[in-house]
Design a binder for this molecule. Structure first.
Ligand code: FAD
Ligand code: NAD
Length: 462
């Protein structure tokens, strides 16, 4: 067994761990990061990037299909065909480029990467089982960034036709019938993509609406589009098992049903990776299934930090990255604390949902006296010229001082608006700040200014 020592040891090279490592390297800390998989974590290897690549390919294919029939743009083209194997090869090439990119950034900033599975011996000692043997690493400070994994349903364990997002993002043939259990982020993003690629898609959702964490005004345009794409959504429905012919057994409206399926994609949430590597023996304080942290991402054990999905909701890559950057600076002695006002959430459905800050309902529940304003894309010239008039932008603000509490929207291609939403809230903008900012014409962003004007009672274009 070989021995290594370092100042900072990070377990997990996902968005939390790799950003922490890069920043620590920039700050001159002797840093070592361990991961069993190629650097980039869930997000880069089997999550954010692969899913957005598949969604892009599906959108392009779906668009090309419209040109095979007479259309109002006057464009004619032959019916497209898809070779999903080639699409997946293209996706894999992007993942490989990004893996190399992260590895290159580690090298540039003097971060050492040890490939293998880490096992905690104590809060300062870790054993790594790599391909060529074991390495013992001693550190002064430990950062846990082991991320999350898909939740399995006891009645539908993963294997055979029952797949998680990881397998769904690597299929080389479009399934004829795809049944998706769980109509949340992953189920709808991937389910929509496969419907566009030609699969018959059925969604089985336990709650009374799709994306139950979002308010109805944001999910309604998505639900409408699912119908237009031929996706059947069963609400208040429960998966109960797998039939011998591969069909999904489910209870829908109190009736037992069998839904034909080639593949069953189970996307009922993700759980933090806290077991199987000696974490329990550290006896850290937990918060439900997550590692409990304070505003500096410190755990209950001195010199052990935790970041990313193992530390709680929202389990999003950009939250993990922001925590990673902060923790590196803290370890280097900089005064930092988690003081973010907003963590943007983007759901890459069709249309896309963006939500930053408090929704109407959340603001009221928090006791705020609020005013709201909204602007529908039906009244946007840009939306008309891009043939997607569905959706809206909504602003939520305090009535007394007009401080913006939330900015939300649903519309085609509006994910990029998440930056201006987050900036407005982070900088404590008031409605007048958005209303008084010149927004370029014609862009979808004008709807943000119009929603602000609507909240002030004098929208110009409705
Ligand atoms: P992870 O990315 O999970 O990385 C943890 C790393 O730790 C892994 O590489 C793992 O191999 C390693 N590890 C674990 N245990 C050990 C051990 N004992 N030894 C060595 N290494 C270990 N988020 C977004 O913000 N936007 C999106 O669009 C988005 N899309 C997603 C799509 C899908 C299909 C999925 C599954 C997730 C998506 N997410 C998205 C969520 C996002 O991927 C996670 O929030 C993010 O990856 C969390 O980062 P992390 O660093 O905490 O952990
Ligand atoms: P999710 O929490 O978004 O959705 C899970 C859905 O499954 C919910 O609607 C829930 O009501 C439903 N459900 C739970 N148990 C069920 C059952 N037995 N039968 C039927 N339905 C059931 O979880 P997810 O889609 O697995 O995604 C996990 C996490 O990954 C997300 O919460 C998010 O943090 C992250 N993610 C983010 C993005 C993004 O930012 N665009 C994309 C994908 C994933």
């Amino acid at each position: 067994m070989s021995d290594l020592t370092c100042k900072l040891l990070i377990i997990g090279a996902g968005p939390g761990g790799y950003v922490c490592a890069i920043r620590a390297g920039q700050l001159g800390l002797d840093t070592l990061v361990v991961d069993a998989a190629p650097p980039g974590g869930t997000c880069l290897n089997v999550g954010c990037i692969p899913s957005k690549a598949l969604i892009h390919a599906a959108d392009e294919f779906d668009r090309a299909k419209t040109f095979a029939a007479p259309n109002h743009l006057g464009i004619t083209a032959a019916a497209p065909e898809i070779d999903l194997g080639k699409t997946i090869d293209w996706k894999d090439s992007i993942v490989a480029r990004l893996n190399h990119g992260v590895t290159g950034l580690f090298k540039k900033h003097g971060v050492k990467l040890v490939q293998g599975r880490a096992r905690l011996i104590d809060g300062k000692t870790v054993e790594v089982q790599g391909e060529t043997g074991k390495t013992l690493i001693r550190c002064e400070t430990l950062v846990l960034a082991t991320g999350s994994a898909p939740v399995a349903l006891p009645a539908l364990p993963f294997g055979g036709p029952v797949i998680s997002s990881t397998e769904a993002l690597a299929l080389r043939q479009v399934p004829n019938h795809l049944v998706v259990v769980g109509g949340g982020y992953i189920g709808l993003e991937i389910g929509t993509a496969y419907a566009k690629l030609g699969a018959t898609v059925t969604v089985v959702e336990a709650a009374g609406s799709i994306l139950p964490q979002y308010p109805a005004n944001l999910t309604k345009p998505v639900a409408k589009r699912l119908v237009a794409l031929g996706i059947k959504v069963h609400l208040n429905a429960r998966a109960t098992g797998l039939a011998p012919d591969g069909a999904l057994l489910a209870t829908i409206d109190g009736t037992d049903t069998a839904l034909p399926a080639d593949k069953i994609l189970v996307t009922v949430g993700r759980r933090p990776v806290t077991a199987g590597f000696g974490l329990a023996e550290l006896r850290l304080d937990m918060e439900g299934p997550f590692v409990k942290i304070d505003e500096m991402c410190r755990t209950s054990m001195r010199s052990v930090y935790a970041i990313g999905d193992i530390t709680g909701e929202p389990m999003l890559a950009h939250r993990a990255m922001a925590q990673g950057e902060m923790v590196a600076e803290l370890i280097a002695g900089h005064p930092r604390a988690w003081d973010k006002r907003a963590i943007p959430a983007v759901c890459f459905t069709d249309p896309e949902i963006v939500s930053v800050g408090l929704t109407h309902e959340q603001a009221q529940m928090a006791g705020h006296d609020i005013i709201t304003g909204s602007f529908p894309f039906q009244a946007s010239g840009r939306a008309m010229t891009t043939e997607r008039e569905d959706g809206l932008i909504q602003i939520v603000a305090r009535r007394d001082n007009h401080l913006i509490l939330g900015l939300h929207g649903v519309g085609a291609g509006i994910a990029e608006l998440s930056a201006s939403f987050a900036l407005a809230i982070e900088m404590a903008a008031r409605i007048e700040d958005l209303a008084g900012t010149i927004h370029a014409h014609p862009t979808r962003s004008e709807a943000v200014q119009e929603a602000a004007l609507a909240a002030l009672g004098h929208a110009l274009h409705i």
